[in-house]
Write a protein that binds this ligand. Structure first.
Ligand SMILES: [Cu+2]
Length: 104
């Protein structure tokens, strides 16, 4: 149990924006996981709406084929997003929010 709590705390510290939604039980359960990793190419960014559109490769963990779709993203993730960039990214929570983007 101690280990689980430590892991949860680490996730919350690593993702401050996610901590807001971690109070609800489904989100809390998701927040305790490492998230879903995926890769893709950034098509566009809407900083105002807080969204990023990515053409992503298949994501077997979610049962998704390759497609272009728009995700909600944390401010930190949006900050590093650049249109046309090939990236790996991390999805978390019930809405599959992009919580991290890493240029490849
Ligand atoms: Cu998709």
């Amino acid at each position: 149990m101690k280990v689980l709590l430590a892991a949860t705390a680490a996730v919350l510290i690593a993702s401050p924006a996610l901590a807001q939604t971690a109070g609800a039980s489904p989100a809390a359960a998701q927040a305790a996981t490492a998230g879903t990793k995926a890769t893709g190419e950034i098509k566009s960014i809407d900083a105002k709406a807080g969204t990023v559109t990515i053409h992503h490769s298949p994501i077997p963990a979610l049962g998704w084929p390759a497609m272009t779709m728009t995700f909600k993203a944390t401010p930190d993730a949006l900050k590093v997003a650049k249109s046309g960039q090939t990236v790996s990214f991390t999805l978390k929570g019930p809405e599959n929010q992009v919580v991290a983007i890493e240029p490849k």
